[in-house]
Write a protein that binds this ligand. Structure first.
Ligand code: GUN
Length: 271
């Protein structure tokens, strides 16, 4: 069965729009965008469009690639102090000369809708409530919950250990009482591990989940999204071969991608 992230996210977006209209409040998102990375521009434009559709005020602050780090840090201070700004997002990646760590640490945890700050990431790690959960793993859980897929006691295999997907995904699955195995590029016997999974979350960015690894009808969540040599959008899972062997599976595109944006909007409305 296909997990239709597009449909589930559309419902979440409509519910958020209704909630804001009912409350009569307007959250305010500030996005900092540095340089002219084309993918970042598309992401930021899409976030702004979706936010405004829901009734969120969204401002983008754009800087050239050679902007000084101090300018960005000062802007973050200003946004932190502005009581009208409820959510701050610094689009990654940043140019080399700007310290990602410094920038992340400067964001007020109460406005950190990405869950990038040490305060929020640390809270998540030690089982305290963060101000916000990271968008992609939260979106994955929203999708599993929308289909009533049980998590407690299940063996979840997370492939990829990034700070924004793999690590928080594992922690959030643990919080939901899954038995979690973390895999990454140096993992041995990946095939044998995936064969024992009830839930597979792949966040690697290259083809890694193949049909010979899939046994016992697992739930397959494909977080990977990139263009193949023909320019087509694709994910980590060899979809055509794996789909018949999976209990549930997310397509790429139309699976996790739209859930991530809905989940981010959920955080901004919460802010
Ligand atoms: N760049 C790629 N993914 C993300 C994300 O989730 N948040 C931000 N701020 N930048 C990104």
């Amino acid at each position: 069965m296909i997990l239709d992230g597009k449909a589930v996210s559309a419902k979440i977006i409509e519910d958020l729009k209704t909630e804001l209209a009912r409350k009569g409040t307007t959250p305010h998102l500030a996005v900092i965008l540095v340089g002219d990375d084309p993918a970042s521009r598309v992401y930021v434009r899409n976030k702004k469009k979706k936010a405004e559709y829901i009734g969120i005020k969204a401002d983008i602050f754009e800087y050239p690639a050679d902007v000084e780090e101090t300018v960005i840090l000062k802007k973050i201070d200003e946004l932190n102090e502005n009581p009208e700004v409820t959510a701050i997002l610094v689009q990654m990646p940043l140019p080399e000369h700007i310290s990602k760590e410094k920038v992340i640490c400067r964001i007020s945890p109460e406005k950190d809708v990405d869950c990038f700050t040490p305060e929020n990431a640390g809270r998540l790690a030690i089982g305290m409530e963060p101000y916000f959960y990271p968008a992609t793993p939260q979106g994955v859980l929203m999708l599993l919950d929308a289909y009533g897929i049980p998590i407690e006691g299940k063996h979840a295999v997370v492939i990829g250990r990034s700070n924004i997907v793999g690590k928080p995904m594992a922690q959030m699955l643990l919080r939901r009482n899954a038995t979690v195995t973390m895999c990454h590029s140096k993992t041995q016997n990946l095939e044998e591990i995936i064969k024992t999974a009830d839930i597979v979350v792949s966040a690697v960015g290259k083809k890694i989940v193949r049909c010979k690894m899939v046994k016992n009808k697992p739930v397959i969540i494909d977080v990977g999204i990139y263009r193949d040599s023909n320019g087509n959008l694709t994910g980590d899972v060899e979809y055509a071969e794996v789909e018949p062997l999976a209990g549930y599976i997310t397509p790429v595109p139309g699976g996790v991608g739209p859930m991530t944006i809905a989940s981010l909007m959920f955080n901004i409305v919460k802010s």
